[in-house]
Design a protein around this ligand. Sequence first.
Ligand SMILES: Nc1ncnc2c1ncn2[C@@H]1O[C@H](COP(=O)(O)OP(=O)(O)O)[C@@H](O)[C@H]1O
Ligand SMILES: [Mg+2]
Length: 256
Amino acid sequence: MRSITKYTVIISGKGGVGKTTTTVNLGVSLHNLNMRVVAVDTNLVTPNLALQLGLPPTPTTLHNVLRGEADVLGTVQLHQTGLNIIPAGLTLSNGSSRYLGNFRQALEPLKGSYDHVLLDCGAGLWGEVLKSIKVADEAIIVTNPELPALVDALKAIKISEKLGVPVKGIVVTKFTGARYELKDETIRGILKGYPILVKVPFDTNVPRSISMRKPVVSLKPNSPAARAYRRLAASIIGAPFKESFFSRAKERLFGG
Ligand SMILES: Nc1ncnc2c1ncn2[C@@H]1O[C@H](COP(=O)(O)OP(=O)(O)O)[C@@H](O)[C@H]1O
Ligand SMILES: [Mg+2]
C-alpha cells in the first residue's frame, strides 16, 4: 500500500510567472502516471485554480476548512482530467489567512489518501504563502528568465531555506530563447545553484487552454509546454519519459 504523501509547495514571489499553470499541468501529468494527486488552492485572496479548470463554485472550500466548518476531505472536487482539486472561496468577504486556522491541521487529513499534495500559492511571500511553505515537504520555485522574476525567486528560496523546507529545484517558464533572456548558467548562479528541473517554453497553447478551461497537457499533450510538464512529472517520480518520434524530430528541427 502506498502511504507516503508528499506535500509540495509551488512558489515564486512574483505573480503571473506560471505557478497555477505549473500546479495544474504537473498535477494532471502525475495523475496520468498513476499517482493520486490533489491540488490545493492556498491562494486565499485571489484564488484561480478552480477557474483555470472550469470547476463551478462549490458549497465548501478551503476557507470553510480553515474556519473549522468543514472537513478537508469533503471539499475535494474531482476534475474530469482525474486531478483532485481543493478550491478556495471566491468572495472577498472570506477574509485573509490571518483570521483563519492552522494550515497544518487543515491539510493533515489528506495524508495517506494521496501520493502528492500540490499547494498552489498566490504571489508575495507573506501570510498564507508562508503558511503553505511551512506545511510542505519540499518547494518548487517557478520563475521566468528575467531579472525581476529571478530576484523574487531568490527571496522565495531564502524563505524556504529559513523555514527548513528543502528546495527541489526551479521551473523556468515562458522562455522564448531570445538573446536578451537570461541563460541557464546565470539563472542557476542567481538561484544559489539549485537545479533547473525543466524549462517550459512560451507556448500560446497555454493561454488558449486556459480560455478553454482545460490543462494544456490534456488539450494538446504534444505541444511544447505540455511536453515540458510531462517531462517534469516523469522526472519527479523517476519514471521514464516517453516521447513520440514525431515530437522528438520536430524539436530537433524547429527547437520545440
Ligand atoms: N508556458 C507558457 N506560455 C505562455 N503563456 C503562459 C505559460 N505559462 C503561463 N502562461 C500565462 O501566464 C499567465 C499567468 O499564469 P499563471 O499560471 O496564472 O501564473 P501565476 O499562478 O504565477 O500567477 C497566464 O495568462 C498564462 O496563460
Ligand atoms: Mg496563480
